[in-house]
Each structure stands twice: as structure tokens, then as C-alpha cells.
Design a protein around this ligand. Structure first.
Ligand code: FAD
Length: 350
């Protein structure tokens, strides 16, 4: 195995890693991007085919190059996003090595040591941009091991065809649950369960309006003021299939069940519901396992940061995992602003 020196090493070649790459290239930095996937596109390669972004193409763009509108109009698909990201990294000739999985990041004397399955790098600065798709989260409910039906997570969902004629319980109160419910309810008997009553955003609020709100909040915070949170408006974007499901009357949610039985689910008051499949649309957690040797996680499982910089290891930046690493930084458009500020901070120290 070889050991190479580099100034900045980016872990992850999804949209966040590419946004970082764009600004690093512009700053003429010495950098490399390592990506565990065989091909470009990050998590979008694994999304279900009918998934549509919740913003138009021009509001789903990385710095420098607009996402072209999808053929036929409407909101872009996951495949369209993969094509855009593939073209993006070619256009800017980003130095990406794939497949290259980072196993561990460790402290060295004046650099961080990055161990991968294709060699070891010594980097002055490491940017971790590994996303969340790789760590699906399923909450624990008593009885789960005895369930005789099938269970799957958002990350396993490939489309409604598998559910024909089955009784399906869909768990989760956010966008993935609503979009999957909208499709599955056209071919199966569905029950939607959520921790809190789900809140649909008004029809005219999509990702574009959410981003503008996030921007106002960011600017207000810079000025030491308060502004409404995105979550104050609602949780679920009313994309066309979700509106259709609402109009069909299937978007009615039951409270969360208390346990799982061999043949279904049961509520605290003793009510039982038989089902064949449980779909857990219960979200994802940041994929941070490669950073474990640095021992940076707080009690909430996240790494405390100031902006993108890890408080416990100033040579490490985290990009794209959620609002805790920059407002809207886990979205296509939001990754840009955070990446720009992060690269400015990194290069200012050179
Ligand atoms: P990823 O796309 O996951 O990229 C991370 C890359 O890092 C991957 O290629 C991965 O293989 C690699 N990696 C991971 N671990 C390692 C390792 N140890 N070593 C090397 N490489 C590693 N955002 C929007 O803007 N608009 C939307 O409409 C939208 N819809 C969404 C719908 C769903 C169902 C989900 C789950 C998310 C959605 N998002 C949306 C949010 C976000 O844009 C995506 O989650 C996006 O994929 C995040 O990009 P990323 O670069 O942070 O992570």
C-alpha cells in the first residue's frame, strides 16, 4: 500500500464533495476526493426510480453550472440528478478516486492520516462529506423480531410494484413516507402511522421557497436576529403525487403503534392491525464511522462543530449532513454556500 501527501482530502464524491471540489479547484488547492461508489452520483444512484426532487432544476444546482431542466419538464428525477453530477465532475475535472473507501481517519503529528482500502494519505485538512444514505435508521419496537411479514426501509424501496394487493403499514411523518405512501396506496391497502400528526406544506411551497426561508434565517442569524424556521411551516412538500394522494383521501395518519405482533402491529389500547409489510420511512443518520478513531462524537451522536469545523479536531470539516453543518447544507443548492464558506476558511489559513 502506498502513502501519499495531500493538502486537502475530501471523503465522499456526492454533491457535497463535488461542491467542495469546485471551490478547492477555484482556490488552486492541492486536493483529492475519495469516493466509495463505483460510479458518480452519490446516494442519488440508489434512490427509487420515481423519486422526484422537491425543487425545480435551477434550484437544485451546484456552483458554476446549472442543472439543465429535465426533458419533458417537471421536477428532476434521481436519474437526471445522477447525469448532472456525472457531467459536473467531468466538466470541472475534479480529481476523484473511486472506488476508494475510507476506513479510518487518525491524528498524526502535523497531519491527519486517512486509511483507505486503496492506500493511505496524509492530509493537512480533511473534509468529510459522506452523507447519510448509508446509515438507514429504524427505531426499535417490542416484538420486531417476531414479525413474520417483511420489513424494509426507505433505502430499500424500489417502487410500488412489489406491494400489489398486500397490506402495508408505512411509518414516518416526513417527505419519504408521504411520497412512498402516495405510490403504494395506488396498488395496496395502506395504513400510515406517524409519531406526530403530519403537516403538509401549502401547495405553493416547494424546495425553492424552503431554501429562500433558510437563506432569510441564515441572514437573520448573521445579524443576530430571529426568523421563522422551515419547520414552522410544515414537514411535507406537496409534490404532485402527494397532492393526488391527499385528494384520494389516503393521507390520513394514525398515531404510532406501541408494539409489533407476529402478524401486524398493535396500539397501546389493545387495537391490532394485521399487515404483510412494514415500511420504515424513519430517516437516516450521518455516516461517520470512519471518524470513530478521533473520538469526537457528542452524546447526541453528532460531532460538535463551529460552522463546518469540528470543535475537537480543527483539521477536520464536516459538510452536507444537515443543518448542524450549515443551513440547508444537505440539499443540492444549500451545499454550495456552506462549501464556499468552508473552503474560504481552509484556504485563509494557508
Ligand atoms: P451522498 O450523496 O450520500 O454522497 C456521499 C458519498 O460519499 C457517496 O458517494 C458515498 O458512497 C461516499 N462515502 C460514504 N462513506 C464513505 C467512506 N467511508 N469513504 C469514501 N466514500 C464514502 N435534496 C435536495 O436538494 N432536493 C431534494 O429533492 C432531495 N430529496 C431527497 C429525497 C430523499 C429520499 C433523500 C434521502 C434525500 C433527499 N435530498 C434532497 C437530500 C440530499 O440532497 C441527498 O441526501 C444527497 O444525496 C446528499 O448528498 P451528499 O453529497 O451529502 O451525500
Amino acid at each position: 500500500m502506498t502513502s501519499s501527501l495531500v493538502d486537502v482530502l475530501v471523503i465522499g464524491g456526492g454533491q457535497a464533495g463535488l461542491a467542495a471540489g469546485y471551490y478547492l479547484r477555484r482556490a488552486k488547492a492541492d486536493f483529492v476526493i475519495l469516493d466509495a461508489q463505483d460510479t458518480p452520483g452519490g446516494a442519488w444512484q440508489h434512490a427509487w426510480p420515481s423519486l422526484r426532487l422537491f425543487s425545480p432544476a435551477q434550484y437544485s444546482s451546484l456552483p458554476g453550472r446549472m442543472m439543465p431542466p429535465p426533458p419533458g419538464g417537471g421536477y428532476p428525477s434521481a436519474a437526471h440528478t445522477v447525469a448532472y453530477l456525472s457531467e459536473y465532475e467531468r466538466r470541472y475535472q475534479l480529481p476523484i478516486i473511486r472506488p476508494a473507501r475510507v476506513r479510518a481517519v487518525r491524528r498524526g503529528i502535523d497531519r491527519l492520516t486517512v486509511e483507505t482500502d486503496v492506500g493511505t494519505w496524509q492530509a493537512r485538512t480533511v473534509i468529510s462529506a459522506t452523507g447519510t444514505w448509508w446509515r438507514p435508521y429504524v427505531p426499535y419496537y417490542p416484538g420486531v423480531r417476531d414479525f413474520r411479514g417483511q420489513q424494509l426501509h426507505t433505502a430499500d424501496y424500489r417502487g410500488p410494484q412489489f406491494f400489489h394487493g398486500r397490506r402495508v403499514v408505512i411509518v414516518g411523518g416526513a417527505n419519504s413516507a408521504a411520497q412512498i405512501l402516495a405510490e403504494v396506496s395506488t396498488v395496496a391497502e395502506t395504513t400510515w402511522v406517524t409519531l406526530r400528526p403530519p403537516r403538509l406544506l401549502p401547495d405553493d411551497i416547494d424546495g425553492r421557497a424552503l431554501f429562500e426561508l433558510a437563506t432569510r434565517r441564515y441572514q437573520a442569524a448573521q445579524a443576530g436576529q430571529n426568523a421563522p424556521r422551515v419547520a414552522d411551516l410544515g414537514d411535507i412538500v406537496a409534490v404532485p403525487p402527494v397532492r393526488d394522494a391527499r385528494d384520494r383521501g389516503v393521507l390520513k395518519a394514525e398515531p404510532m403503534f406501541a408494539r409489533i405482533t407476529p402478524h401486524g402491529v398493535a396500539w397501546r389500547d389493545g387495537t391490532e392491525l394485521a399487515c404483510d409489510v412494514i415500511v420504515w420511512c424513519t430517516g437516516f443518520r450521518p455516516a461517520l464511522g470512519h471518524l470513530a478513531p478521533l473520538r469526537l462524537r457528542g452524546s447526541d451522536g453528532l460531532i460538535p462543530t463551529e460552522g463546518t469545523r469540528a470543535l475537537g479536531e480543527p483539521r477536520l470539516h464536516l459538510l452536507g449532513y444537515g443543518d448542524w453543518t450549515g443551513p440547508a447544507s444537505a440539499t443540492l443548492i444549500g451545499a454550495s454556500r456552506t462549501a464556499r464558506d468552508m473552503v474560504a476558511e481552509i484556504t485563509a489559513q494557508r
